[in-house]
Design a protein around this ligand. Sequence first.
Ligand code: LMR
Length: 442
Amino acid sequence: MAAAAAVAELIPYTSAHTKTAHHFSSEFSYASTRISGHRRLRLRPIQNSRIRCSVTSNEVEAPAAVKLGELKKKADCYGVFCLTYDLKAEEETKSWKKMVNIAVSGAAGMISNHLLFKLASGEVLGPDQPIALKLLGSERSLQALEGVAMELEDSLFPLLREVSIGIDPYEVFQDADWALLIGAKPRGPGMERAELLDINGQIFVEQGKALNAVASRNVKVIVVGNPCNTNALICLKNAPDIPAKNFHALTRLDENRAKCQLALKAGVFYDQVSNMTIWGNHSTTQVPDFLNARINGVPVKEVIKDTKWLQEEFTQVVQTRGGVLIKKWGRSSAASTAVSIVDAMRSLVTPTPEGDWFSSGVYTAGNPYGIADDIVFSMPCRSNGDGDYELVKDVEFDDYLWNRIKKTEAELLAEKKCVAHLTGEGIAVCDLPGDTMLPGEM
Ligand code: LMR
């Protein structure tokens, strides 16, 4: 999701970013020197992983195993967050919960710039939840990442107890309780979708392996970088020691967009719209489900009687909203994506209101709907607030809804075949339906 905004750390920086660290202060230059001595984020293809595929059937070979090396190093603490005052003693005087470690990739990008300050303010996990932010960038974004850390320092957030920055996921993801994986590469001019899947997929292979090696065993992972469903699948396949159920692909922005459009049509405030499911892929095949959604507790179809509008205009507006927004802004959605990440996190740590649900792209390992297993598919979920979720059972299907679901399922199954070399499932065969795109690609 929101790939173009998310990837500031993977694209070349302008002259402002080419200054050396000593332009800031000796403390910053020390941090930079140490960081640049660390192992680098490896964006090069994994050994033996060759792409030989195009949109028509071609094949890619499986990668050899990657050696993990020394894993227990810590990412660099930053500035004021490196001071050695007795945090623990101080926390004992407050009725605070145990600190939560939140790792964020693409941390120097636009989405993160909105997200990090929400996390640090306490509006996401609550006013009694101290947090540590672990920020992952790339060599190119290191200066910008220091800028982010400086702004976090200057904000004096009481709940923000630690900030560390780094470019090695094996260091940055250490003990992470949450991993918000935002960084990904946008599709470049002339780049085929299969190529994008491969390039971004390799980032998520490494990040999956790193999470598997060093994160909390119950880390919750939200994948935002596009194509987020298949990136989440790659990530979870490379993290076999973490429950697959803990991985999510962000479709909450699509849910929020759908609620807004229904409210607009019905002439109600958007908080009246509930039970909104986005089925399937975060792409133009996604299915915003108006059959099961409700307005003021009443089925949408009883409030909005214009079925043609629901099937055609509403559905298409939601599917393509990201692309339309890019045309207006000149970049991907960033603030609304950050808000939807916050919504997605809150949905997992707060009991879902009675009778309602939320959408998330989750791993299909037996589901009540008959959707193919072993993909990451957006479905209706409920949580009791413990970070886990269950699928909602009582949803209706009609032919229109089911046919659309089958189309988005077919797309995800095709994407999965394209990345078999990254999920440890052998030879990749890439034959993607030509008429579907990421929301931002139109
Ligand atoms: C969005 O839905 O806004 C983004 O995923 C669009 C994009 O491709 O960056």
